[in-house]
Design a protein around this ligand. Structure first.
Ligand code: ADP
Length: 184
């Protein structure tokens, strides 16, 4: 089963991706987690993307697409995966369509978590993970980038008939149950 978990910053993608991973035994691939680990370990990739993440902007499509294709070729993803944070631009979505085609694979579901903007800001500023991009100013940038670059990804998958809208308000378990019922 191949799933994309989609939504604005602070929608709870990471939290729900981890729960899906445990429930269905398919690995999560979070591009944000990979970039943060690379920054922490000061790898060449980390050095390249640090200032981009710190500013709440997007890593160039080519870097992200190469990274995801590379990662997905690992054996652990053979039986499926949950993408969290990718694709984040229409160009990335198109590249991912190609990737699936080249690998004779298909996308099973695109789950879009919807959460009102005031709630997103509140959640991010109160989660206290110490992320450099979790300041009020950077959150504003991330939301702006989301509206401009990422939201069109939703239309891309709507055209493919893959989108399942899920209300992202409520407890973690309530939201998880909604996701599970859309997957049945
Ligand atoms: P959030 O969804 O809360 O913003 P993520 O962990 O998904 O957090 O992403 C954090 C940052 O990592 C983004 O602001 C961006 O700089 C970078 N990033 C993650 N995924 C992508 C992607 N697919 N394309 C470009 N940049 C990305």
């Amino acid at each position: 089963m191949n799933i994309i978990l989609f939504g604005p910053p602070g929608a709870g993608k990471g939290t729900q991706a981890k729960k899906l991973q445990d429930e269905f035994n398919i690995p999560q691939l979070s591009t944000g987690d990979i970039f943060r680990a690379a920054i922490k370990n000061e790898t060449p990739l980390g050095l390249k993307v640090k200032s981009i993440l710190d500013n709440g902007e997007l890593v160039p499509d080519e870097t992200v697409v190469d990274l995801v294709a590379d990662e997905l070729s690992k054996e652990k993803y053979d039986d499926g995966y949950i993408l969290d944070g990718f694709p984040r631009t229409v160009a990335q979505a198109e590249a991912f369509d190609e990737y699936l085609k080249d690998n004779d694979d298909t996308l099973d579901a695109f789950i879009s978590l919807s959460v009102p903007e005031e709630e997103l800001v509140k959640r991010i500023l109160s989660r206290g993970e110490g992320r450099a991009d979790d300041t009020e100013e950077k959150v504003k940038t991330r939301l702006k980038v989301y509206r401009k670059e990422t939201k069109p990804v939703l239309d891309h998958y709507q055209k493919q008939g893959k989108v399942h809208e899920v209300n992202g308000l409520g407890t973690i378990d309530e939201i998880f149950n909604r996701i599970k019922s859309t997957l049945k």
